[in-house]
Design a protein around this ligand. Structure first.
Ligand SMILES: Cc1ncc(COP(=O)(O)O)c(C=O)c1O
Length: 435
């Protein structure tokens, strides 16, 4: 038995047989630096997937900030602490004026759960609207609202799932105006039905970039229109920036800025501490303070000084290294290269996304091909490049690297993909394997 097989067996025994792992043959990573990670055999991989090490694996500035604060003071969050206040001020300064207050947590799930509680409290309405292919976290409420993975909870009677725009797959031939009418019609119907049920509309909770939905092309006016319908019914807009936030899209710091709508509550997570578990909800002071006066919310680890130091260090690096602009520039270069590959390789379909959040559809005769997508993800790993797949048809290559990804890294990814595509099995599939 190899060392990897032995570790795998121990993992199954102690972490559960079905704890998720990427790849047919898992990767055992032992260290990382910048956009590179290294496995136990000393093999290097280009990380084109991980958004948690947002400013690069083990960025020295973040590592030092965490180490310095850990050596100074770390404790729970019910003492006065300047590090946390400084961080919250710097973070909220990056939002619209109405979003001036932050409640810090430890995960995206905790942030979304708290945002739902706040929205229901503030509106006095229970009803929720989510997308019909989404994930916002692993708490009981959020699991019940999950529409893109298997869960054991029932979808709540007080929620409605709407199809968000995916013009390529279910809007073919429709004009922009017809698309808007169709998709906003679903939101209007959800609002009507929640009001008729007596629950009313407490909030719409959506990912600002529809990442789990497969990064479909935006339909201009959709988010603004959906939010208008929800607000007219007394509900709030909770915008999940767990994936798209902190400059990933290159064109804006936050995904909701691309849609031109200011949310009532924003939820943050993954990239916020470059791997350190810090997350949060950003909202208006009145809303947050009213909730705090009615409900005692405290979070033992959320907003501890070490987490805040990690968060502040991420903001430093984003600014000092101009990483949002880098995402814009390198993302454009990458999409250009992908378009050139698509001219030569039949399986490459629609190429989309913004900045360093890129999706590439894999198809067979124009039909989504999940099996070839899975094959390519494994083939890229064999060529030393980590990426993944996503979307309703499980056929979108998901490229979402740390923001220090440079053009030379994009070129390396393109070369590997070119090579992998030369060997991709030439047949249609039913999306179930066998690869
Ligand atoms: C859009 C979105 N929201 C929320 C979450 C939950 O975040 P966490 O895993 O930190 O609880 C995820 C996790 O994948 C996510 O993709």
């Amino acid at each position: 038995m190899t060392g990897l097989d032995h570790l795998l067996e121990r993992r199954r025994g102690v972490l559960g047989r079905n704890a998720p792992l990427f790849y047919d043959r898992p990767v055992h990573l032992v260290r990382g630096s910048g956009v590179w990670v290294e496995d136990a055999d000393g093999r290097r991989y280009l990380d084109a997937y991980n958004n948690v090490p947002h400013v690069g694996h083990c960025h020295p500035h973040v590592v030092q900030a965490v180490a310095r604060q850990a050596a100074t003071l770390n404790l729970h969050t019910r003492y006065l602490d300047g590090v946390v206040v400084d961080y919250a001020e710097r973070l909220t300064a990056r939002f619209a004026d109405s979003l001036d207050t932050a409640v810090l947590t430890c995960s995206g799930s905790e942030s979304n759960e708290l945002a739902l509680r706040m929205a229901r409290f503030a509106t006095g309405r229970r009803g929720l609207i989510v997308s019909d292919f989404s994930y916002h976290g692993n708490t009981a409420t959020l699991a019940s609202l999950t529409t893109c993975f298997p869960v054991v909870e029932e979808f709540p009677a007080s929620a409605r799932a709407v199809r968000v725009p995916d013009p390529r797959h279910d809007g073919a031939g429709l004009t922009e105006a017809e698309l808007l009418e169709r998709y906003l019609g679903e939101v209007a119907e959800a609002v009507r039905s929640l009001e008729a049920s007596g629950d009313g509309v407490g909030a719409i909770l959506i990912d600002s970039f529809f990442a789990n939905e497969g990064l479909p092309d935006a339909v201009a006016g959709y988010v603004a229109g959906a939010v208008e319908l929800v607000r007219a019914a007394g509900g709030l807009f909770i915008c999940d920036e767990v994936q798209a936030g902190f400059g990933r899209t290159g064109d804006a710091l936050w995904g909701h800025e691309l849609a031109g709508v200011t949310p009532d509550l924003v939820t943050l997570g993954k990239p916020m501490g470059n791997g350190h578990p810090i997350a949060g909800v950003v909202a208006g002071n009145e809303l947050v303070s009213a909730f705090q006066s009615a409900a005692t919310y405290f979070n033992t680890f959320g907003g501890n000084p070490v987490s805040a130091a990690a968060g502040a260090a991420v903001l430093d690096v984003l600014d000092e290294e101009g990483l949002q602009a880098n995402a814009h520039r390198v993302g454009a270069h990458l999409r250009e290269g992908l378009a050139k590959l698509a001219a030569r390789h039949e399986p490459l379909g629609d190429i989309r996304g913004r900045g360093l959040f890129v999706g590439v559809e894999i198809e067979h005769d124009g039909v989504p091909d999940a099996a070839r997508t899975a094959w390519l993800v494994n083939a890229m790993r064999d060529r030393g490049v980590l990426l993944s797949r996503i979307g309703r048809h499980d056929n979108v290559l998901k490229i979402r690297p740390p923001l220090v990804f440079a053009t030379e890294h994009a070129d390396r990814l393109l070369d590997a993909l070119d090579d992998a595509l030369d060997g991709v099995p030439d047949r249609a599939s039913d999306g179930t394997g066998p690869w």
